[in-house]
Design a protein around this ligand. Structure first.
Ligand code: DAH
Length: 336
């Protein structure tokens, strides 16, 4: 019987497994219940007692050999099948789109506005978001307890209790950076100042507790109101196109005299409305005095633009809140 087992081992070793059929034939011949190995096991009773141990051992080895060979053959066939499947994939099909990030619509709008003003000869400046009372109000000609302070509902960071003197506030506009620029540099000054501002206002579709402004300041000798309006009209045309419908109205701000506001028409000719996009005016002599510039020598204009408004007009957005919610379904519309 040892001899038979040796022959069986040779036969197993010599059998080739190349595909599903030969694999199944191998299983049937050697490993199935009626296969050669089980048949030999069934004959163990014929083996004389003293040989049983060695025959049993040899039988177990041959069984192991057949099982190993079967498993290896099966594994290599599955791998081959997998490779074959991949090879049949259509590699000319377009790949699934990868999602790329994009700049926020407000950032895109600020970038566009900056480009326009760079072309008009402005540079860019920045200031702090927490301001003291002097820069945010007093130097801009809002005297203590002046009702104009109520125009801007203020978030206070620190209240001194001393006639607004040392109050710290979240800046309510970008205008305080005008004061910083005029104190730090000598004219000519021709800068824009983009930035975030804060107001203690009820949140609605039209107002939010934070928003973005872009301040502009031009100070030199003999700056005129005509230049201001020309610059604003040029801006509107570069931003919204040559045919933009705009109007300029008189207004009031403590830090400019005279003061104006500019509106842009939103909607169709028959169904639309005027939307205010900026306030502006000639720098008030009191402001020059607050920063130690001679109002007899210098004149200047300033403007403050609502970046959110401008973005909403640009993209047809009618609720300011959506600009701050970071909803990916909204943001995905501003790629590319
Ligand atoms: N600071 C004003 C506001 O937040 C906007 C403004 C109006 C800025 C007129 C200016 C200006 O520089 O000249 O309502």
């Amino acid at each position: 019987m040892i001899e038979e087992i040796k022959n069986l081992r040779k036969e197993i070793a010599g059998t080739e497994i190349t595909n599903e059929e030969t694999l199944e034939a191998f299983r049937l011949k050697f490993l199935s219940r009626k296969g050669l190995i089980q048949t030999m096991f069934a004959r163990m009773s014929e083996v004389p007692q003293e040989e049983r141990a060695s025959v049993g051992k040899a039988m177990n080895e041959v069984k192991q050999q057949a099982e190993d060979k079967f498993r290896k053959g099966k594994d290599s066939l599955t791998q081959a099948t997998a490779t074959q499947l991949r090879a049949t994939d259509d590699i000319t099909l377009p790949v699934a789109p990868a999602y790329a990030g994009s700049l926020h619509p407000l950032t895109q709008t600020v970038n566009e506005m900056k480009d326009i003003f760079f072309r008009l000869g402005f540079d860019v400046a920045y200031g702090p978001e927490i301001e003291d009372d002097f820069h945010n109000f007093t130097a801009l000609n809002f005297p203590p307890d002046h009702p104009a302070r109520d125009m801007q509902d203020t978030f206070f960071v620190q209240k001194s209790g001393k006639e607004n003197a040392e109050d710290l506030v979240m800046r309510t506009h970008t205008s305080p950076v005008q004061i910083r620029l005029m104190k730090e540099t000598t004219p000519p000054i021709r800068s824009i100042i983009p930035g975030r501002v804060f107001r203690n206002e009820a949140v609605t579709a039209k107002s939010y507790f934070q928003f973005n402004q872009m301040e502009g300041l031009f100070v030199d000798e003999k700056v005129t109101m005509g230049e201001l309006i020309e610059t604003l009209v040029m801006f509107a045309k570069m931003m919204y196109g040559e045919h933009v419908k705009y109007r300029v109205r008189p207004s009031f701000f403590p830090f400019t005299e005279p003061s104006i506001e500019m509106d842009v028409w939103w909607g169709s000719d028959f169904d639309g409305q005027w939307l205010e996009i900026l306030g502006a005016g000639m720098v008030d002599p009191n402001v020059f005095k607050a920063v130690d510039l001679d109002p007899e020598k210098y004149t200047g204009y300033a403007f403050g633009m609502g970046v959110d408004r401008i973005a909403m007009l640009r993209y047809g957005i009618d609720d300011i809140r959506i600009l701050y919610e970071n909803d990916i379904r909204f943001l995905n519309q501003f790629t590319g």
